[in-house]
Design a protein around this ligand. Structure first.
Ligand code: MRU
Length: 359
């Protein structure tokens, strides 16, 4: 598995090492974060991205946040000063990106750590990291069951040249989590267990997480992956090459509406039109039951340059007006099921969401 988030050293002097995802697939470069500002910048510029990975990175960022205070007063173990430093770090990190609820979920867990020492904080960050890996595996087992069912029962299942055709959008893979991904978890397990499968990865405009990250990580694992432009997904479905769609999520409301990378909503509409099941895969940490519907999910807007000057090449007039929401919300009515670490939510409605992830 790709080690892309690593704590280096001890709790008091150590730091966070990230694989800089902005450089993939061309270069595999590590980024060492020694300050809270470094961690904030890495999240903001998407050096680390994907809902669970953002939460994990921010949790380690909290450890860095208390190091200076702890160093000034070695006996300040659990003192008000350390707790204040933690609060300052957590409040700041929470402002890096607004949509993925895993960020706020992880920061809240860090805030609850007692006693508030670098040692205990690092322990909690590591626990969040490890628990995420375990949740990915559980999601993978449920997803694999669904894939196996499609293979025997679905007329489209054999239409992918090498087995079950699965389309995904963005990167909800190992690079987005502490484990084998959410949307990709079933793919890794299917590959491990010899179930033939063919993945179609949408390139995912404007930042190309599908092309740069999903195609890269699945390729590294030896999984059959075919890259398509976002605008090709409907045609690929019409040609009968796709038996199912699986995507990740950044935040899921109490009624099952799910926010994910911009373009996901369109993919869901295409899937519905072609009678293809559309699955969302996400751990319980991605649910926000305080929001009744997806309309209440805050949607991040990104800088104009990401669509006019992407990767350093000008592709639109400098003065053109732009609008760049980074996420959209797929209504529960378009989602066949949500695959969580605690079970599969199907049909997707408030009662079933509550039954599986509530409480
Ligand atoms: O802007 P990004 O790259 O952070 O967006 C990531 C996604 O939309 C993922 O699909 C989502 O976070 C799920 S990750 C398991």
């Amino acid at each position: 598995m790709i080690e892309h988030i690593t704590w280096i050293g001890d709790p008091r002097k150590g730091h966070l090492r990230l694989l800089d995802q902005t450089k993939l697939p061309g270069e595999t470069v590590n980024l060492d974060c020694t300050t809270v500002q470094d961690v904030w910048d890495a999240i903001k510029r998407l050096s680390v991205r994907g809902a669970p990975a953002i939460g994990i990175a921010a949790a380690y960022g909290c450890v860095i946040g208390v190091q200076k205070v702890q160093e000034m007063d070695a006996h300040a173990t659990g003192s008000e000063g350390v707790r204040h430093a933690l609060e300052v770090a957590a409040t700041y990190l929470a402002k890096s990106r607004p949509t993925a609820v895993n960020l706020f979920w992880a920061l809240d867990r860090m805030r609850r750590v007692e006693p508030c020492t670098p040692e205990r904080l690092l322990e909690e960050a590591r626990r969040i990291h490890e628990e995420d890996a375990a949740m990915c595996r559980k999601i993978g087992e449920y997803a694999l069951g669904i894939m196996e069912g499609l293979r025997v029962g679905h007329p489209r299942a054999e239409s992918g040249a090498n087995g079950v055709g699965v389309l995904t959008h963005c990167n909800a893979g190992a690079l987005a989590t502490g484990g084998i991904g959410t949307a990709t978890a079933g793919m890794y397990l299917a590959h491990e267990r010899g179930l033939p499968l063919r993945v179609f990865a949408d390139e995912t405009r404007p930042l190309l997480q599908g092309a740069r990250l999903t195609a890269w990580e699945l390729g590294q694992a030896g999984i059959d992956v075919t890259l398509v432009c976002d605008s090709m997904a409907a045609q690929v479905m019409r040609e009968g090459k796709v038996a199912m769609v699986i995507v990740g999520a950044d935040r899921i409301a109490a009624n099952g509406d799910a926010a994910n990378k911009i373009g996901t909503y369109g993919v869901a509409i295409h899937a519905k039109h072609h009678g293809i099941p559309f699955y969302v895969a996400a751990p319980c940490s991605t649910f926000d039951l305080s929001l009744k519907t997806g309309g209440l999910i805050p949607i991040e807007e990104r800088a104009a340059e990401e669509i006019t000057l992407g990767f350093g090449k000008r592709t639109a007039p400098e003065a053109v007006k732009t609008y760049s929401p980074a996420f959209d919300v797929t209504p529960a009515s378009l989602i066949t099921a949500i695959i969580t670490d605690k079970g599969v939510i199907e049909p997707v409605d408030e009662a079933n969401v509550q039954r599986v992830v509530g409480g």
